[in-house]
Structures are given as structure tokens and as C-alpha cells.
Ligand binder design. Structure first.
Ligand code: ARG
Length: 577
């Protein structure tokens, strides 16, 4: 890729020159905007380091650096020294011409990072998918696009929460208060209602009575663990209705997974037993007096000197979330032996994953683990609690974004057919939701405000889409062949646009390094802004023939680059706004 070539050429030249001068320092390269007249497209903060090494002022040190020196990349036109910086200027015309000749739809970096198995989305069965899972799902989908373009082969695994003590409670609740018809008609609502009823009762009861209730839940769960038919059937029913509902949501969001291996699988197939045994055999884990099994992980307590314990088996022999995670790693080793195992999971579980990774390594399941942790998403309406019943589901949020978008489409295009209005509104609503979810760096908490996310002039998905429809309209109206164009007399806006086009590969590798698509979302916004100022300052169709061709070529390149950005963010285009 052009800009990478440029960067690596500069790096190589500078490294060699520094060697000649006997100076040891890391070469830092800053890339600016192509239209920034003072700083140049590339700037090297080299002066101070050189100054101290050569015993000269930064200015003189850089002068010495430049003596009888020339950059090898032919796009570089001149250099300037400015307060400790070496600023490098490039020829926008030749660079732009090269760049435009090579924009192709998909940006694939020539890297080989191997196979990555990634835990994605992973909602809990028998509960609605909440906005946290929504953030997860959108983040994961875009992360896959980033990784696939940076040399990874991705296996996206929806690690469903379909096992655990809570199912015992739910079965007990269904047995007591459930209704078969309701389970058919409104499965998730009914299960949520039962789950809440159990939770409220549990909170109300005290002492022995509370224990009794919990015991009833536990009994049902043991029946399930022993594979007793009635329990097994109920569990399967809960799981099936949940998956059906999840799939509807995934369909709306247009996301897919390669695997749907839930937690239960690892228990039922014996992987949990196997991993606990491995840990015991290797003396990594210890069986306590009460029968539970633990692994020591983390930093020892400064006072007692004791290490914290991660429980991997309960005293009654049943598995925990941690057991199932360790078993999952074992399974992945046996099935794929991948180069990377990644987890897109909320930051609430940061500490938990540190412990799991450490425990896995102790057991000899030593992988390149990454916890792709993300912050909270909240709504102006406030937070939520499944138990209190104030849950805000993913579907509600999607629906709100869609209906708000519909109002806007009605306003702007009253003459459209209903069907088209709905389709457009759906896409715009989702674009707003996606962009808003992706634009904050993943660790940050943010509040989803649908008005803000749908502002056509804001830092939003619809703004990106709007700029694209404008560009497409210009090309449609032009009816000119731009195959053969030259670049000359580039305006500030045109230069800037070319520079911005060229940066996509850099942004892609930054997004990969940080496991964070927000890099691409922010780049997309800059790109749209640069196009809009080009659009306002550089008439395309009204320009004289040569300039018109040049600007049309830039407009077409914009369309390609923006479409690629939208693909990475998983945002679908619209034809009108
Ligand atoms: N089901 C869990 C939840 O909703 C997330 C599971 C994440 N993945 C994992 N391997 N632990 O909180």
C-alpha cells in the first residue's frame, strides 16, 4: 500500500543515515494531512535526540543529518527543518495519481496472523438479549472485519450462556407457576417473568425459608446435571425458544457466527471433568476439605502471603462458569489448536479473565489470549436490572432507532413508497446505532442517545451515509468517463482528501493493534468531513473539462474508500436519505 511504502522507505532511509552518523534512536514517524503546508505530510521528531547525540543545536543537528542525504521515495519533493522536526513534503499530484490508480474495494494487508477463535455476543439463554450484548454483537462483527483484513482467519463462536444454577431456579419456577401455552406464545417474556418471580421471592424470604427455596432450585439443577428426562426436556425447550429469538435479532443486525457452542456442551461432553482432572493430576489445583477444587492465581495478599483462589469445581461436584471456560480452552486446543483465543466480553469480567488466563497457562493450555474488553452502554432512561424487571432489551433499542429514523425519512422523502421508506429507515436506524456504538474506544462507557446518533450533521452513521449519497449522485449525474485523467493544480481540499484516502491501511493496522474498530469509525468521520469540504469548495460538474475529470476521479475514489469503511463497520448503504 502506498502510504505504508512511503513510511517504510522513509524509515529505512533514516535508519541508514542514523547508522552512518553513529546515532542510536528509535525512528518515530508522524503522518499529517496532505494539505498541511507547514508540517508536511510526514514529520520526524528527530531534532532533539540528534542534538544531544551530536552535541549541536537541533537545527544544526538536522542540517548535518540532511547533508548529502536524499530520500529514496520518488513522491518526496522537499524537506524543511522546523523546531526540532524534520518535515517532509510530497508531491500531491504524483502521489494522488498512484493512489487513485490502485484504490480497490477491499483493503487487505499482507500479514499472516493465523487462526483466531473468538467468543462473541454470547447472550444468556432464557433471558432477553440486553444492550450490553448488543454492544458486544456490533463490536464483534466489526472486529471480525478488521481482523480478516489484517491476516487473521476468524472463527466466531457464540458462547451461549446455557448452563448454570440459574436454570435450576427457572425450572423450579416453571414447575410452580409456569404456563405451557405462554411458553409457546411469548417464550422470553414468560421466562423472564418466572425468573423475576423467583428472584423477588428469594429476596423477600429470610433465613431458613430462603435456603429452602434455593435448595429447590439446586435440586432441579442436579436433576438436569444427572440428565434426568423431565429436566433435560425443559432445559432444551428453554434453550430452543431462546435461540429462535436470538436468531431473529441477529437477522435484523445481519450478523452470523461460525459456531454456536454453548457452555452446556462442555459439561455434557465431559470437557469440564477432563480439565479439572488435568489440573489435579498436574498438582496445579487442590481439592479442599469440602470437596471443592481450587487453583491459586493472582498476586498474593501482602499481609497473609496467601494467593487468591479460583474455584473450578463446587463442593457438590457441579461445574462453575470458570470450569466451563477452562474446558472451552481445552476443547479449542483439541479441535483447532488456534494461534489466538479472544474474548469479546464486558469489562466487568476483566479480573475474571486475568485469572482464567493464568489458570489455563498453569494447566499447560498456554495460548495467546486476549480479552477484548468493552465498557458499559447505558440509556438516558437509566440502568437496568433483570431482577427488578427494568431490563432494556436489544430489540427495544433497535426498534427505537428504527422508528426515529422512519420519522426522518418521512420528513425528507414524503413521496416514497411505504416499503422503500421502511427499508431506508431500517438501514439508517441501524447505521446510527452501529456508528454510535463503535465510535467510542471500546473501553469507554457511553450513553446511547438516539437523537444524537441520528443527527445527519453530527458525528454519526447517517452523516457518513449522507456524504456517500451525495458523492454517488454526482457520479450518476456526470455521465462522463473518467478512465483517463490527470491530476494538476490540486486545491487544498483535494490534497487533503487524497492524503486521507491513503491512510486507510494505517488505520486498519492501528485498529488491529488495539482490537478496536473505533479507529475506523473515527477515520470514517474524518473522511466524510474532508469530502464535504471538498464538495462545498470544489465544484465538480460545473468545472472545466480537465478539472471536472480530476474531481470526478476523486469523487469515485471517495465512494470506494467510504464503502470499504462502511463494510468494516458493517453499515449498509442507502440510496437516498
Ligand atoms: N454469557 C456471559 C454473559 O452474558 C458472557 C460469556 C462470555 N464468554 C466467556 N467465555 N465467558 O455475561
Amino acid at each position: 500500500m502506498l502510504v505504508e511504502e512511503l513510511r517504510s522507505d522513509v524509515k529505512q532511509d533514516v535508519t541508514e543515515r542514523l547508522k552512518e552518523l553513529g546515532v542510536k534512536t528509535e525512528v518515530k514517524i508522524e503522518i499529517n494531512n496532505l494539505d498541511s503546508d507547514k508540517k508536511g505530510f510526514i514529520a520526524l521528531p528527530l531534532g532533539f535526540k540528534l542534538a544531544s547525540e551530536l552535541g549541536k543545536s537541533p537545527e544544526n543537528a538536522l542540517k548535518e543529518f540532511l547533508k548529502d542525504f536524499e530520500f529514496s521515495n520518488s513522491h518526496i519533493s522537499s524537506t524543511e527543518i522546523e523546531s526540532g522536526y524534520l518535515n517532509i513534503f510530497i508531491n500531491g499530484e504524483s502521489f494522488g495519481k498512484d493512489l487513485l490508480a490502485h484504490t480497490q474495494k477491499k483493503t487487505i494487508l499482507d500479514l499472516d496472523n493465523g487462526l483466531a477463535v473468538i467468543d462473541e455476543s454470547s447472550p444468556n439463554v432464557a433471558k432477553p438479549m440486553h444492550i450490553g450484548h448488543l454492544r458486544n454483537t456490533l463490536l464483534s462483527a466489526s472486529l471480525n472485519e478488521v481482523l480478516e483484513r489484517t491476516g487473521y482467519e476468524v472463527i466466531a463462536d457464540n458462547h451461549l450462556g446455557d448452563w448454570g444454577g440459574q436454570f435450576g431456579n427457572l425450572m423450579y419456577a416453571f414447575d410452580q407457576w409456569g404456563n405451557k401455552n405462554k411458553l409457546e406464545e411469548q417464550p422470553i417474556e414468560h421466562l423472564l417473568e418466572l425468573y423475576q418471580k423467583f428472584g423477588q421471592l428469594e429476596a423477600k424470604l429470610k433465613g431458613e425459608e430462603q435456603e429452602e427455596l434455593r435448595d429447590k432450585g439446586r435440586k432441579w439443577f442436579s436433576r438436569l446435571e444427572e440428565g434426568e428426562e423431565e429436566a433435560q426436556e425443559l432445559w432444551e425447550k428453554f434453550r430452543d425458544v431462546s435461540i429462535t429469538r436470538f436468531k431473529e435479532t441477529y437477522n435484523i443486525l445481519d450478523v452470523e457466527f461460525d459456531e454456536w457452542i454453548g457452555e452446556a456442551f462442555y459439561v455434557q461432553e465431559g470437557y469440564t471433568d477432563k480439565v479439572v482432572q488435568m489440573a489435579l493430576d498436574q498438582n496445579v489445583a487442590e481439592r479442599k476439605e469440602d470437596g471443592s477444587v481450587v487453583i491459586e492465581v493472582g498476586e498474593p495478599d501482602p499481609e497473609t502471603g496467601e494467593k487468591p483462589e479460583l474455584v473450578i469445581l463446587k463442593s457438590d461436584g457441579s461445574t462453575l462458569y470458570s470450569t466451563r471456560d477452562l474446558a472451552t480452552i481445552l476443547y479449542r486446543k483439541e479441535r483447532w489448536d488456534p494461534e489466538h483465543i479472544m474474548y469479546v466480553v464486558a469489562s466487568e469480567q476483566d479480573k475474571y479473565f486475568e485469572e482464567i488466563f493464568e489458570a489455563a497457562k498453569l494447566i499447560g493450555l498456554d495460548y495467546n489470549f486476549t480479552h477484548v474488553s468493552y465498557g458499559m452502554i447505558s440509556l438516558p432512561e437509566g440502568s437496568m436490572s433483570t431482577r427488578k424487571g427494568t431490563i432494556i432489551t436489544a430489540r427495544q433499542v433497535i426498534e427505537e432507532a428504527r422508528s426515529k429514523a422512519k420519522e426522518l425519512v418521512e420528513e425528507n422523502n414524503p413521496e416514497l413508497e411505504e416499503k422503500e421508506k421502511n427499508e431506508t429507515a431500517e438501514r439508517i436506524g441501524l447505521a446510527a446505532l452501529r456508528f454510535e456504538t463503535l465510535k467510542y474506544s471500546r473501553k469507554r462507557d457511553f450513553e446511547f442517545d438516539k437523537e444524537k446518533a441520528l443527527d445527519f450533521n453530527g458525528e454519526t452513521g447517517p452523516y457518513l451515509l449522507y456524504s456517500l449519497t451525495r458523492a454517488k449522485k454526482i457520479v450518476r449525474d456526470s455521465k462522463v468517463d473518467t478512465e483517463d485523467f490527470s491530476l494538476g493544480n490540486l486545491s487544498k481540499e483535494e490534497l487533503r482528501l487524497i492524503g486521507t484516502f491513503s491512510k486507510l491501511p494505517l488505520k486498519l493496522s492501528e485498529a488491529e493493534e488495539k482490537y478496536d474498530p473505533s479507529v475506523i469509525a473515527n477515520y470514517g468521520y474524518d473522511l466524510a468531513k474532508d469530502f464535504n469540504s471538498f464538495y462545498h469548495n470544489c465544484p465538480v460538474l460545473d468545472a472545466e473539462a480537465e478539472i471536472r475529470k480530476q474531481r470526478l476521479a476523486l469523487t469515485k475514489a471517495y465512494i470506494e474508500v467510504m464503502q470499504e469503511v462502511l463494510d468494516i463497520l458493517c453499515i449498509q448503504e442507502v440510496d437516498l436519505m
